[in-house]
Design a protein around this ligand. Structure first.
Ligand code: SF4
Length: 283
């Protein structure tokens, strides 16, 4: 994040656009927030969403992505050099299911705090601490904020310059005491994604039960379950669905041994996947 964000890097699809470009585009696109009365979902929108879900294109059809998204270098934005925290951390499907979602939600919370605190800090520096290279307010009858309101591009450029000069230690100080717990949350969620955690010997000692799940579709040999996310359902063979109630809160190794004696062997890897996707959960 920084001055470069507003510069004009190039991508394979051409130059990334600047705030100034955006403003003229946005004026023509009617992208301003709707009135509160218009926020209700219309029948037409509901039907279109239903069609997307039933055709299973949600999360799979590239043309449903944000039109500014560039599918290169791991995902870029056609407007900003660095996508904001919400965009950069939102995925409709996760390789590790709920465990992956927990990690990205933790990163989002961390980035949201940093973005919020840096924007407040920039405002204070520019409005009250004389950090602007060129004052926005030659007229003393106009408040500092009102003067910047007529020069938003200059404001953002100067704010970006301030942020560019910061290192992580300074950002930690600016973000304050709220940062520590969010960093801990990211570290814990990241540790949960490590292969050693996935094969933890502690899994058999847990007392698993079926997670909160909803069957959205049942076929002759499998069922589609909605568990941790509407946009990432899980297809489960019917035989596996039928034995889920056997996980009734007893130690998992006991349940697995009982299933094995019935000729049903569930590997640690499969149990871990069921936990990741919240098909099984702690009580
Ligand atoms: S930051 Fe993300 S959502 Fe926003 S315009 Fe860029 S690609 Fe689209």
């Amino acid at each position: 994040m920084g001055r470069e964000s507003l510069a004009r890097p190039t991508t394979a699809n051409g130059p990334i656009r600047t705030v100034k470009d955006m403003r003229s585009d946005i004026d023509g696109l009617d992208l301003y927030p709707p009135d509160a009365d218009d926020l209700d979902v219309t029948d037409d929108e509901r039907q279109r969403y239903h069609a997307i879900v039933t055709s299973e294109t949600f999360g799979r059809a590239p043309d449903l992505r944000c039109p500014h998204y560039l599918d290169e270098q791991g995902g870029l934005c056609g407007i900003w050099r660095h996508r904001n925290g919400v965009c950069a951390t939102w995925f409709c499907k996760h390789d590790r299911g709920a465990a992956g979602q927990r990690f990205w939600q933790a990163v989002e919370a961390l980035l949201a705090l940093v973005e919020r605190e840096l924007s407040h800090w920039c405002a204070c520096q520019l409005l009250y601490h004389g950090a602007a290279s060129e004052p926005a307010n030659p007229d003393e009858n106009v408040s500092a904020w009102d003067a910047w309101a007529t020069r938003p591009v200059d404001y953002y450029m100067q704010a970006a310059t301030l942020v560019d000069d910061l290192g992580w230690p300074e950002i930690q100080v600016i973000a304050g005491a709220e940062l520590g717990p969010l960093l801990d949350r990211v570290r814990a969620a990241y540790a949960e994604l490590q292969p050693s955690a996935a094969r933890s010997p502690l899994v058999p000692l847990r007392r698993l039960v079926p997670g909160e799940l909803r069957i959205s579709h049942r076929g002759p040999h499998s069922a589609r379950l909605v568990t941790y996310s509407d946009s990432d359902p899980v297809d489960l063979p019917s035989e596996l669905l039928a034995i889920l109630p056997r996980f009734d809160g007893r130690p998992t190794d006991e349940v697995l041994a009982e299933l094995a004696s019935d000729g049903i062997v569930l590997t640690d890897e499969l149990v871990t996947q069921l936990i990741d996707f919240a098909v099984l959960a702690d009580p």
